[in-house]
Design a protein around this ligand. Structure first.
Ligand SMILES: [Ca+2]
Ligand SMILES: [Ca+2]
Ligand SMILES: [Ca+2]
Ligand SMILES: [Ca+2]
Length: 277
C-alpha cells in the first residue's frame, strides 16, 4: 500500500512536473495590433529564469549580456541566472555594485520599477539587454512598432550610452538611424531619475517575418566619455505591436483592385465609343 502511494505520488509529481515544464514558453505575437508589453512593475531584481519566480524576469523573452558573472558563458534565452550580477534586487538608485536592478524611477512618487543596470568596468561596458518575441500569428509579420522609455541617473563623472537596435536572427543587429541616449559627463550634484527618451521606432519587413520566427530588440551599452564611475540606466514600458495582413484588408485590396480593373475597362470602352470604334 505504501509502495502504491509512493507510485501514485511519483505519477502525480511527474504530471505536475510536465505541466510546470510546459508552462515555460516563448512570449509571442498572437494577432495583428495586439501589444506585447513589459512594464516591469512586478520586477524586483530577482534575476532571470524560463519559469521565473515572483520578482524575476522570463528568460525566454529577456536576457542580459556583458556581465562579469557570465565570463566565458554568455547568457542565452531560457537560461537561469538568479544571483550575483543578474539579481541585485530593488533600489531607488545610488548603487555602486555592478549588475541588474529593479530601479524605482518614480523619485519618491508612486513606485514605478523598471529594468535597471549599474554599469561598471566589468559589467555592461559593453553589454546588452535583449528581448525576443515569436511570431505566433500564423501569418507573416509585415511591420513592428516598438515603444519604450529610457531613464538615466547622472550620479557619476562618466558619460555612457544606451542605443537600441533590432535583429531577425539575434546575431546581426541593425540600429535605428544611430539614435541613442548618452548620459551627461556630470555628475549632477542632486541626481534624480530623468526620462531621457520616450519614443517609438517602426520597422518594415519584406519579405515578412514568417510564422514561428523571432523578432529581437536590444538595448546596448558602452562607455562614452569622462572618467571614474558610471551613471545608472533604466528601461521601462517596452511595447511591441506587430502588423500582419488582415483578411478584411486583403479583401478590400482585392475588391479595390477589381473595381479599378472594372473602371479601367469601362473607361477604355467609353474611349472606344467616343472614338466611334
Ligand atoms: Ca514600470
Ligand atoms: Ca560583475
Ligand atoms: Ca551608481
Ligand atoms: Ca555622468
Amino acid at each position: 500500500m505504501t509502495g502504491r502511494r509512493r507510485c501514485d505520488s511519483a505519477l502525480v509529481c511527474a504530471v505536475v512536473w510536465v505541466l510546470a515544464a510546459s508552462a515555460a514558453g516563448d512570449v509571442a505575437f498572437t494577432a495583428s495590433d495586439v501589444a506585447v508589453e513589459f512594464d516591469f512593475d512586478d520586477f524586483r531584481g530577482a534575476g532571470f529564469a524560463p519559469r521565473p519566480a515572483p520578482g524575476a524576469l522570463d528568460s525566454m523573452a529577456i536576457i542580459v549580456t556583458g556581465l562579469s558573472d557570465d565570463a566565458g558563458s554568455p547568457m542565452r534565452f531560457g537560461d537561469t541566472r538568479t544571483g550575483g550580477d543578474h539579481a541585485r534586487g530593488t533600489s531607488t538608485g545610488g548603487e555602486t555594485i555592478g549588475g541588474v536592478y529593479a530601479f524605482d524611477v518614480a523619485n519618491g512618487g508612486t513606485p514605478d520599477p523598471a529594468l535597471g543596470v549599474q554599469p561598471i568596468a566589468a559589467d555592461f561596458t559593453p553589454g546588452r539587454f535583449l528581448f525576443r518575441v515569436r511570431n505566433d500569428t500564423g501569418t507573416a509579420i509585415l511591420a513592428i512598432v516598438t515603444s519604450f522609455r529610457i531613464y538615466c541617473r547622472d550620479d557619476e563623472g562618466r558619460s555612457n550610452r544606451l542605443l537600441w537596435e533590432h535583429s531577425l536572427d539575434g546575431v546581426a543587429f541593425t540600429g535605428f538611424a544611430a539614435d541613442s541616449v548618452v548620459s551627461p559627463v556630470g555628475p549632477d550634484p542632486s541626481p534624480t531619475w530623468v526620462l531621457a527618451r520616450e519614443t517609438s521606432v517602426a520597422a518594415r519587413f519584406d519579405p515578412g517575418i514568417p510564422p514561428g520566427a523571432f523578432y529581437y530588440f536590444a538595448f546596448s551599452s558602452d562607455d562614452i566619455a569622462g572618467s571614474g564611475s558610471r551613471d545608472e540606466f533604466a528601461i521601462d514600458d517596452v511595447r511591441f505591436v506587430a502588423t500582419i495582413p488582415q483578411p478584411a484588408t486583403v479583401g478590400m485590396v482585392l475588391l479595390g483592385a477589381l473595381c479599378l480593373r472594372t473602371r479601367g475597362s469601362r473607361l477604355r470602352m467609353d474611349m472606344a465609343e467616343d472614338q466611334g470604334v
